[in-house]
Design a protein around this ligand. Structure first.
Ligand code: ADP
Ligand code: ADP
Ligand code: MG
Length: 645
């Protein structure tokens, strides 16, 4: 087995790979650019080597520097992660030439699948169904136009060297073809240095179905079932799940065995993904799923497969790279439950998904579906939750870290594994909606709203889903008035009152609280009843002299300014009312006790917080109507203090 490993990547995938390496007793070496000097992946590694300035092309994309770092630290092997140099056959070869182990497929396999047209030609030869289209050498405009006309519109023009959703143009009609081709070529040259294209029939009701495959150096290849990655924006995956909704056994068998044939055709070793496009207009059918491309690396969405199969894919990669056979045979692999992943980005969906940078003053993601405990710390935190719903976070940042403008703005992957798809949706929406992130804007609200859309919950999805529902799921959310009132109510009644805010306990006459946030100041009413929908569970936490309020994936920071209303008078009736519906978790006095002003009487758990209710003045407990464990309604009388004579 490999004893030391250099990870030629950054962010969450570097942290993810290191976690498994460490568990296997393998020493880890990180590489980093200027911008990442203090990054979590650097802090996580046993050793770290600086490889250059912040731009990736001067650091993470410079193969020689990475190989030199491996040599200098005595690392035996290099894991490329995804992106960067992971599908660069020349780099893989250079790693091998340097006498190091490459944790990935043979360079020849990468090359065979590197260009989309050559890959499809090979797949046709291997008997794998491919998307109908034109793959020819003749790249003249007239020929391409004639082929597109023959295929029938809509068609998709794709850069043969494309990737990451770039270099693709959908063309609706013959008249638009030439212009789309020209623009596709410009993008292809700029991004990939290759202007060659292929043409595919644009599949209607398209679903992205992909199969995880794994090969070893002993000629074994297995599949680890399929994933559905149909929820996309600009051809980039947003939500991924495994298994695919609506997949029957016969179709699964057909697509998975086609994937194994595809991998065998290129003598595949290590982790790989065969991507298919399905025409789902009549559900998933074996005769309507076609090969699209192969990604010859570990995929961003690999955790959903890990969750349903119980396999650690990084462990398998390291074992296979060390020359071991695959740890399991095909008949030892099976699907257990349902897993779903969402890509959390530092971006602003309300402004065209503009990337956002900045320091993560707060960064916490729920670790259970019930409680308010948060998982963070770069995926190293324990993954605990309710018994049959597991929440998992993969991230490359921790609270206090900064999202820089230099790299992909993905902050974390939120993953939920449960027995059923609907339970996985509940868990995932909880993670997205209760993510407490400040002040960096994220797509958390967008993600949570997407997965609870009725058609999504019914599995009625295709790659156009997000675009069709964009307005519904990207609207900027103003803090609702009822929520302001609820916070005002809570603030006005909490105790002990922080000196900076100056609130008084349980004083019904304090009816209004002035707040300010980034842009405005308003008054929240602290009296009266506040009703809120069952689906909305705000989380309110103290941040010194301010409050963070998180609801459905949006976080607001409020600074209370002052309380209006005469505080003294009305408190004199001494009634201790429940400030909101909740559970009495402690009763610290008995009827008849003498109490002093500010003394804690009861503790109520409500709105996911504990609220201490205290005596408004010196006196005796004249009435006590509850015991610990009682559920109480808002405004319920809990106790009454009578003033001492
Ligand atoms: P694809 O979208 O190519 O089918 P994936 O879903 O696995 O495959 O996404 C891989 C993409 O992730 C890369 O094309 C790249 O844009 C992006 N990426 C590369 N490196 C990193 C990284 N360290 N952290 C986050 N994203 C990255
Ligand atoms: P990339 O290398 O950028 O990942 P792919 O060939 O994998 O490119 O395509 C990316 C996405 O574009 C797919 O996931 C799918 O949503 C869409 N797509 C690709 N080919 C087709 C097609 N023939 N018909 C419909 N949609 C397609
Ligand atoms: Mg792809």
């Amino acid at each position: 087995m490999i004893k030391s490993l250099l990870i030629a990547n950054r962010g969450e995938i570097a942290c993810r790979v290191m976690r498994t390496a460490r568990r296997m007793g393998i020493r880890t070496v990180a590489v980093y650019s200027d911008a990442d000097a203090k990054a979590l992946h650097v802090r996580t590694a046993d050793e770290a080597v600086h490889i250059g300035p912040s731009p990736a092309r001067e650091s993470y994309l410079v193969g020689e520097k990475i190989i030199a770092a491996a040599k200098a630290t005595g690392a035996e092997a290099i894991h490329p992660g995804y992106g960067f140099l992971s599908e660069n056959a020349e780099f893989a070869q250079a790693v091998l030439d340097a006498g190091l182990i490459w944790v990935g497929p043979k360079p020849a396999s990468i090359t065979a699948m590197g260009l989309k047209d050559a890959a499809k030609v090979r797949m046709i030869a291997a008997g794998v169904p491919v998307t109908p289209g034109y793959l020819g050498e003749d790249q003249s405009v007239t020929r391409l136009q004639a082929e597109a006309d023959a295929i029938g519109y809509p068609v998709l023009i794709k850069a043969v060297a494309g990737g990451g959703g770039k270099g693709m143009r959908r063309v609706e009609a013959a008249a638009d073809f030439a212009e789309a081709l020209a623009s596709c070529r410009r993008e292809a040259v700029a991004s990939f240095g290759d202007d060659r294209v292929l043409i595919e029939k644009y599949i209607l009701s398209p679903r992205h179905i992909e199969v995880q495959v794994f090969g070893d150096s002993h000629g074994n290849v297995v599949h680890l079932f399929e994933r559905d990655c149909s929820l996309q924006r600009r051809h980039q995956k947003v939500i991924e799940e495994a298994p695919a909704p609506g997949m029957d056994e016969a179709t699964r068998e057909a697509v998975c065995s086609a994937a194994v044939r595809a991998a065998k055709a290129v003598d595949y070793e290590g982790a790989g993904t065969i991507e298919f496009i399905a025409d789902a207009s009549e559900g998933l059918r074996a005769d309507r799923i076609w090969f699209m491309e192969m990604n010859t690396r570990l995929q961003v969405e690999h955790p959903v497969t890990e969750e349903i199969t119980g396999v650690d894919l990084v462990e398998w990669q390291l074992r296979v790279a060390s020359g071991e056979p695959l740890p399991k045979r095909q008949d030892e692999l099976s699907i257990n439950g349902w897993a779903m992943e969402a890509r959390l980005y530092a971006e602003d969906p309300g402004r065209g998904f503009l990337p956002v940078t900045g320091m993560l003053e707060r960064f916490a993601i729920p670790s259970t579906v019930r409680a308010t405990r948060w998982l963070h710390e770069g995926g190293t935190a324990p993954m605990e939750s309710a018994p049959d719903v597991r929440l998992r976070v993969e991230t490359g940042v921790a609270e206090g870290d900064t999202i820089s403008p230099w790299y992909d703005p993905m902050v974390a992957k939120l993953i939920c594994h449960a027995e059923t798809r609907l339970e996985a949706i509940v868990g995932l929406s909880k993670m997205a909606w209760d993510a407490r992130i400040w002040p960096v804007k994220t797509n958390a609200a967008f993600l949570g709203s997407l997965v609870v859309m009725p058609d999504f919950t019914r599995g009625m999805i295709d790659t156009g889903f997000i675009d069709r529902h964009l307005d519904e799921v990207t609207a900027d959310v103003e803090m609702p008035e009822w929520l302001r009132d609820l916070v005002a109510q809570r603030l006005a009644r909490r105790d002990p009152a922080p000196a900076t805010i100056g609130f008084r306990l349980n004083a019904p006459s304090q009816t209004a609280v002035r707040f300010s946030d980034r842009s405005s100041t308003w008054t929240g009413r602290a009296d009266g009843r506040v009703s809120y929908g069952q689906e909305a569970y705000p989380i309110v936490t103290d941040e010194g002299d301010a409050l963070l309020v998180t609801m459905q994936g949006t976080t607001w920071k409020l600074t209370p300014e002052r309380v209006s209303g005469g505080a003294g008078g009305a408190a004199s009736d001494g009634a201790i009312l429940a400030p909101m519906p909740g559970k009495v978790i402690a009763v610290e006095v008995s009827a008849g006790d003498t109490v002093t002003k500010g003394q804690k009487l009861l503790v109520l758990e409500a709105m996911k917080m504990e609220h201490a209710l205290t005596a408004p003045f010196d006196g005796i407990v004249a009435e006590l109507t509850v015991t610990a464990g009682a559920q109480v309604q808002v405004e319920a009388l809990l106790a009454r203090v009578e003033a001492a004579e």
